[in-house]
Write a protein of this length. Structure first.
Length: 286
C-alpha cells in the first residue's frame, strides 16, 4: 500500500513532528486539533526554521514541505481521504478510544489507523473500531524529526498487511523500526527507559548520588547520549509516571510489576508541578 496522504490527530510536539517528517518526505498532510492549532503551527514553523538554520534542510524544501501541511479543526475533513491516520494525543485510554471511534466513522475503510501511544495496549485502543485488523501502534520518539526509531506494535488482531504498510510508511519518512509482537503495556522502549528512570530516581531519593552524577554515570559509563533523569525531564516526568502506573494497572508483566511503581520523589515532583523542561524544572533546572 503506497501512502501519500497522512492525517495526524493532535497538533502538539509529537503531532507537529510527525507532520513535518511526512511532508518533507513528499506526503500531503492534514493535522487535526480542536484546541492547539495555533501552537501546533508555531511548533512546526519553529522546527523547520531550526533545520534550515542548521543546514540540514534547504529553505526551498522547508517552504515546499510547509505548503503540503494543512491544519484544521474538522476531523472528518482531516481524515476523509487519508491513507493513514496517526493519533498523537496525550496518554489517556478513554480519550484515544473516542478518537478511534470517530476515525472509524470518518476515515476510508482502506486507511490504516495508527496510535502513537507509548504505553497503552493497542488492542484496547482497537477494541472500539469495527475492523481492529487495521489498527497498529506507531510509537515515534521526541523530537520526531531527529529521532530515528519507530516502535511498531502489533495488537491482538493487527493484520500482517497493516503491520507491513506501517513499516513501509515509517521507513519512507526516514525511520528504522522494531516490532513488538506481544501487545503488552509499555511495549519494549517504555519499559526499558522506565526501569532505568525509576531506579535512578530511587538512587537520588536515597541520597546515594545527585541527579547530575547519576546522569553523568550513564553518559560516560554506558555511552548514553542523555542520562535517564534528563530524559525524564525531556519527556515529562508526569508522562513517564502515568506510563509506569498504567503498566502496574495492567497487571501483565514479564516479571512481577512492582518495580514499575514510581518512588516518592517522582510523585512529589509531579505534585509540585516540577515536570521537567516544560515547567522549567524537574530533576534538573532549565
Amino acid at each position: 500500500m503506497k501512502i501519500s496522504k497522512v492525517a495526524v490527530i493532535g497538533a502538539g510536539l509529537m503531532g507537529s513532528g510527525i507532520a513535518q517528517v511526512s511532508a518533507l518526505a513528499g506526503m500531503q498532510v492534514k493535522v487535526y486539533d480542536n484546541a492547539d492549532l495555533v501552537r501546533g503551527q508555531a511548533l512546526l514553523d519553529e522546527s523547520l526554521a531550526r533545520f534550515v538554520k542548521k543546514g540540514t534542510v534547504t529553505a526551498a524544501a522547508a517552504v515546499e514541505a510547509r505548503a503540503r501541511i494543512e491544519f484544521t479543526d474538522d476531523l472528518s475533513y482531516a481524515v476523509k481521504e487519508c491513507d493513514i491516520a496517526i493519533e498523537a494525543v496525550f496518554e489517556n485510554l478513554e480519550v484515544k478510544q473516542e478518537i478511534f471511534r470517530r476515525l472509524d466513522e470518518f476515515a476510508p475503510t482502506r486507511a490504516i489507523l495508527a496510535s502513537n501511544t507509548s504505553a497503552l495496549p493497542i488492542s484496547q485502543i482497537a477494541s472500539v473500531v469495527n475492523d481492529p485488523s487495521r489498527v497498529v501502534g506507531t510509537h515515534f520518539f521526541s523530537p520526531v524529526p531527529m529521532m530515528k526509531l519507530c516502535e511498531l506494535v502489533r495488537g491482538q488482531e493487527t493484520s500482517d498487511t497493516t503491520l507491513q504498510a506501517a513499516r513501509e510508511f515509517a521507513e519512507s519518512i526516514g525511520k528504522e523500526c522494531i516490532v513488538v509482537n506481544r501487545d503488552i503495556a509499555g511495549f519494549v522502549t517504555t519499559r526499558l527507559i522506565l526501569t532505568l528512570v525509576l531506579e535512578a530516581a530511587r538512587l537520588v531519593e536515597a541520597g546515594i548520588a545527585t541527579a547530575e552524577d547519576v546522569d553523568l554515570a550513564c553518559k560516560l559509563g554506558f555511552g548514553h547520549a542523555m542520562g535517564p533523569l534528563a530524559t525524564a525531564d525531556l519527556t515529562g516526568i508526569d508522562v513517564l509516571r502515568n506510563a509506569a502506573l498504567n503498566i502496574v494497572r495492567e497487571g501483565e508483566s514479564i516479571e512481577p510489576g512492582e518495580h514499575f511503581l514510581p518512588p516518592t520523589l517522582i510523585n512529589e515532583l509531579v505534585t509540585q508541578g516540577k515536570l521537567g523542561r516544560k515547567s522549567g524544572s524537574g530533576f534538573h533546572t532549565y
